[in-house]
Design a protein around this ligand. Structure first.
Ligand code: UD1
Ligand code: CA
Length: 461
């Protein structure tokens, strides 16, 4: 039997109070709707169709290559949203799973179980339900005395008895595709919100004598629908736990997994240790045997094996094997630290390559530069890369020695095995094996104390 998936993602999400469309709000770095589509893709459907409306172009960009799209011009309700997919699906035979784009926690295993149950029962419609500790805001599942599902009642339409029900509509359904579209045409908007509810399809089919059922999942938290910021934070917490548990299963150690905030897309190899209060985002990849200490924030960076990152910030940077950084240093975009290099504390590096086994120990800024291997950069060095209008590049050759407090004014080249004396301001190239000294000469004035004493009162000795 063919499997189709419809994802509803046209709503604005007024309750989020946001300029960003609801389904694009990220949970652990990935837009909610992308979590939904990825879980749906994992059950290998023949086709996925996403209903877009508000923010259609942005939603399409996020889901490019993972889904087809139909446009719902006006958001007239979830029933109307599914009906807009008829151009893609109405004439097809098979089963259609409908899922809302604001439920990011569903796993593919749960979706598969719903599908299997639906098929086994030979239902026309099966709703995925859960027992909610606080059902407020969800549609309630209304059953008869024999436990048969009669209908779904929305929060705004329910009477006080109906609203006491804690079994909720998770927003996920399986339908016989042809019956779904036939029933959708019969849905009206005679309800408190004046919307065409998808949930009404169940009652319509049941009244026509079709088999309608419910598959109840055990873990309510997986069905969490995100309508506001509070639920977004809850969803993020649950997703974070899942992500960290998966890393632990893969051999990553966490000192306190509750305070390690790791995006869904991050990759970490085994025997790496993540301390408390660490944030790792985006496309970051971390090798094995690394230590990431408290207070580190790493975004879109590539980290090799046996790297130590101590309370530092990395953005779009690379650290090769056996390197270290910190505490309190900052790698900005295109900082590349080659193997064996050491970056100490209070160092900022931007668009610069630090060669193999080079050392930049303390209080230094390196911007727009290429450093060879075995270079030693003394404390307090500044690579002056900006003349107020444009940026220029500095080259430092292999095994060069840059004394403490030097300023290298770009563009300038310091050759292999060259020396720069401490506190020099370098504006001219330094040749191989040369020592450059560019600072005021020291002058020592004799008998200075006596001169001062003469001008003071006699008791100043
Ligand atoms: C919906 C269900 C409710 C269920 C809950 C589960 C209905 C009528 N209600 O309520 O029973 O308990 O989900 O989370 O179905 N959308 C469109 N077009 C529209 C309207 C909505 O694409 O015209 C999309 C939204 O973008 C959203 C999803 O459908 O992703 C659900 O809409 P939402 O308004 O959040 O429905 P709920 O009130 O949460
Ligand atoms: Ca919702």
């Amino acid at each position: 039997m063919k499997k189709f998936v419809v994802v509803l993602a046209a709503g604005k999400g007024t309750r989020m109070k946001s300029k960003l469309y609801k389904v694009l709000h990220p949970v652990c770095g990935k837009p909610m709707v992308e979590h939904v589509v990825d879980a749906a893709q994992a059950i290998a459907p023949d086709q996925v169709v996403t209903v877009v409306g508000n923010g259609a172009d942005d939603v399409k960009r996020v889901l490019q290559g993972k889904s087809k799209f139909v446009l719902q011009e006006k958001q007239l309700g979830t029933g109307d949203a599914v009906l807009t997919t008829q151009s893609e699906l109405a004439d097809k035979t098979g089963a259609t799973l409908v899922i809302t784009g604001d439920t990011p926690l569903f796993t593919s295993q749960t979706l598969q179980k719903l599908f299997d149950y639906h098929q086994k029962k030979g239902n026309a419609a099966t709703v995925l339900t859960a027992q909610a500790p606080d059902p407020y805001g969800y549609g309630r599942i209304i059953r008869d005395e024999q436990d048969n599902v009669l209908r779904i009642v929305e929060q705004k339409d329910g009477n006080s008895d109906e609203l006491k029900v804690k079994e909720i509509n998770t927003g996920v359904f399986c339908f016989d595709n042809e019956q779904l579209f036939a029933a959708l045409k019969k849905v009206n908007n005679d309800n408190a919100q004046g919307e065409y509810y998808l949930t009404d399809v169940l009652e319509i089919l049941r009244n026509e004598g079709q088999r309608v059922g419910a598959y109840k999942m055990h873990d309510f938290s997986e069905s969490l629908g995100v309508n506001d910021r509070k639920a977004l934070a809850q969803a993020t917490k649950i997703m974070q736990k899942r992500i960290n548990e998966e890393h632990m299963q893969n051999g990553v150690s966490f000192v306190d997994p509750d305070t390690a905030y790791i995006d869904a897309s991050v990759k970490i190899a085994c025997d790496t240790t993540i301390e408390a209060n660490v944030v790792i985002k985006g496309t970051t990849e971390i090798g094995s045997n690394c230590l990431i200490t408290s207070g580190s924030r790493i975004t879109n960076s590539k980290i090799g094996d046996a790297v130590t990152i101590t309370s530092s910030t990395l953005e779009e940077a690379e650290m090769a094997d056996h390197t270290d950084i910190g505490p309190n240093s900052h790698l900005r975009p295109q900082a590349i630290i080659c193997s064996g290099a050491h970056i100490g504390n209070f160092v900022e590096i931007k668009n610069a390559t630090i060669g193999t086994n080079s050392k930049v120990g303390h209080l230094t800024y390196i911007g727009d530069a290429t450093l060879g291997s075995g270079v030693n950069v003394g404390c307090g060095t500044i690579f002056a890369n900006f003349d107020g209008v444009k940026k220029d590049h500095t080259n430092v050759g292999d095994c060069a020695f840059i004394g403490s407090g030097a300023t290298l004014v770009a563009p300038v080249n310091v050759a292999d095995h060259a020396f720069v004396a401490a506190d020099s301001t370098i504006t001219k190239d330094v040749g191989r094996h040369e020592l450059a000294i560019a600072r005021g000469r020291q002058v020592n004035k004799p008998d200075y104390w006596q001169k001062l004493a003469l001008s003071k009162s006699t008791d100043w000795q």
